[in-house]
Design a protein around this ligand. Structure first.
Ligand code: SF4
Length: 397
């Protein structure tokens, strides 16, 4: 699931200086292409390019189409459910400890795209995790949750085809540390997460309930969880524990009870977004120019965009002769992930960049695109604030 960007608070984070970065759902990593390759092999993650995905799915999901999603587990189950017109779910969530920023917005946008493809959405507000990881009260988290859900609704989530819950109020997930905890040892948690505070292990078990929610609340069905690669440890934990869950039904032919095992949740993985100011560094609150929130002052966003890291050449002459490198440019990355839904316009910018457009000219145009889009988003968001508050005030159902 997605998480609020912050410096790692946990001194036991498995990421140590001078060692290759590890997957840490509560830290904040940045991985090189070699790291992605190493982690993919180490944990047996599949490559999305190896899944036979029908064109209609690419059409409806820009994260698949633009290869922003690169890895997966069992994604073929979702493809199969779609092809056989069987129900399937997309599950995600947010730790409500801040407003959406460029990083956390990715997962929120992904669930909207998966809903467009036909998935029923299950969305967790991980306020238990905000309390454990950030020391934030449930009341404080609630206000951020309202803001976050209003953003997701503005992005296009259809609330009629979604179940949204607060962890602290949902017994099906709050009880999960006991239910799933019967099958978990401390060695197992250490192997997956490293040596951490016990409360973080508990929060991870609560999240098992979140990820299994489609099958706990409704029917046994394939579920996909779109996440950043750093959340992979949660996926491994829940997939390992799923074998202990089933639903009992009556076989109408024999009249006997039958147990139907839960599907192991599938997952898709996207690469982590580097800092806006330096493609080789992670986003960090200690470097305010490395990110912005959708609610930030337009002047501040413009300033950060004008100072963004680009794939431009050393000087004007080289840029005009050789062209820029959009693959190495944070300006282009932001358009690709968030701010240019139109493929033809994105392709046009790619070509103009390769054709020698100057970065200053390009940035000015992109700033206008981004600020217009954010202004429109924030205008439309106003009407969703009371709706988000009402949704989050509902009792679990
Ligand atoms: S021209 Fe635009 S897309 Fe190309 S490197 Fe410069 S800022 Fe990036």
């Amino acid at each position: 699931m997605s998480k609020e960007s912050k410096e790692p608070t946990n001194e036991n984070s498995p990421n140590l200086p001078d060692q290759p970065p590890q997957l840490d759902p509560w830290g904040q990593g940045l991985f090189s292409e070699e790291d992605y390759e190493r982690l993919t092999k180490e944990f047996g993650i599949g490559l999305i390019q190896d899944v036979d995905i029908p064109y209609s799915m690419f059409e409806k999901n820009r994260f698949l189409r633009r290869k922003i999603i690169y890895g997966h587990r069992d994604f073929h189950m979702i493809v199969g459910a779609l092809q056989h017109e069987k129900p399937w779910a997309v599950m995600s969530g947010i730790k409500p400890s801040g407003r959406f920023h460029l990083g956390t917005l990715i997962t929120a946008s992904e669930i909207v795209e998966f809903q467009k493809m036909g998935g029923y959405v299950y969305y967790a507000i991980a306020d238990v995790e905000s309390f454990v990881d950030n020391g934030m009260s449930y009341d404080e988290s609630f206000e951020y949750a309202v803001d976050n859900i209003a953003d997701v609704l503005t992005l296009g989530l259809d609330p009629e085809r979604a179940y949204i819950w607060m962890q602290s109020r949902e017994p099906r997930v709050k009880d999960m540390p006991y239910t799933a905890g019967r099958h978990v040892t401390s060695n197992m948690m250490r192997a997956i997460y490293g040596e951490r505070e016990f409360a973080l292990y508990m929060a991870a078990l609560v999240q098992v309930g979140d990820i299994l929610m489609p099958q706990l609340r409704d029917d046994v069905m394939p579920t996909v969880v779109p996440v950043g690669i750093d959340q992979e440890p949660h996926i491994r934990l829940v997939r390992d524990l799923t074998r202990h869950f089933s639903k009992t039904t009556i076989n109408l032919e024999t009249g006997k009870e039958e147990k139907i095992p839960f599907f192991k949740p599938a997952a898709t993985y996207h690469k982590l977004l580097p800092g806006l100011d330096d493609i080789n560094k992670k986003m960090s609150k200690s470097r305010p120019n490395s990110y912005f929130n959708l609610g930030d002052d337009p002047k501040s966003i413009k300033k950060k965009m004008m100072g963004a890291y680009t794939g431009g050449r050393a000087n004007r002459e080289e840029q005009e002769k050789l062209g820029g490198i959009p693959e190495n440019c944070m300006v282009f990355k932001l358009l690709e992930i968030h701010f240019q839904p139109d493929d033809a316009k994105l392709q046009d910018r790619y070509q103009r960049c390769r054709g020698g457009m100057l970065c200053g000219t390009c940035k000015k145009e992109v700033v206008k695109v981004i600020l217009d889009m954010i202004q429109d988003h924030n205008e439309r968001k106003k009407e969703f604030i009371p709706i988000a508050r009402e949704i989050l005030s509902r009792e679990p159902y």
